[in-house]
Unconditional design. Sequence first.
Length: 259
Amino acid sequence: MKSGPVGCIVFLRTQQLLLQHAFSNLPHHREQVDMPLTTPTPSAAIASAIAGRLPGFAYAQGAEVTIRDTPRHGEPGIYEARNGELALSTQGTTQAQRSFLADIFQGEFKGYAGQHALYFTTQCPTLHIPSYLALSSTVDHKATSNPALADIQRLTKLAGIVPILSQGKSFATVESSIRLAIGGWCKEGFNWPAWIGSDEATTLRDPDRLDQATPAQLEKLLTAMQRQDRFADGTIETAYSSGLIRRIAQRAAAILQQS
């Protein structure tokens, strides 16, 4: 895999042409880029396609994302690499913004070639934007759904119970507040029984690693907790007694503060 522009680079492995059907009537050769494009414009069409496929669409909260053919130093944006992959430069973004990226694409940031890279799961939705659509096209995420958006609301609700959880009250006293705060964190179709024994789940049991969890990981953890509680009543109470729910809520608060 070739290195991308200077800064933090995120490589997206293309598994399918997500936008192929949306742009099948557009020119298919680079030398035709000056030909008139049908409506909607590439920017609007790309934004619509991405927003429709990726809930909570936001690449950099409060900023626009520029789709270009050539990397520009110090400019966050999506760039098409020569090898057919997409490279997303996140230089200048905050940790919270990169966490949202990881959440949206169901991956997590790890070291790669001395930089930060986003390694994806097999469930990762893939973007492939043809070069002829990349020229001078701009996607403003505020035109789709801002700010990262369902996550902001869920994180805010979760962070709001930190003071309650820190008072050492009985579970019966705080149970309704906990269930209300975590109720929105439920990943549909998630195979939680298999996940519980995974390396990721084991890692998140480490308080230090939990402090680096992405919203996507919090969702998996809270989904598993709630589903397990249905079959083994007392799971949520145990998580409260051990301080796990408090640490999860504190992580939500930290993500919000970094945004």
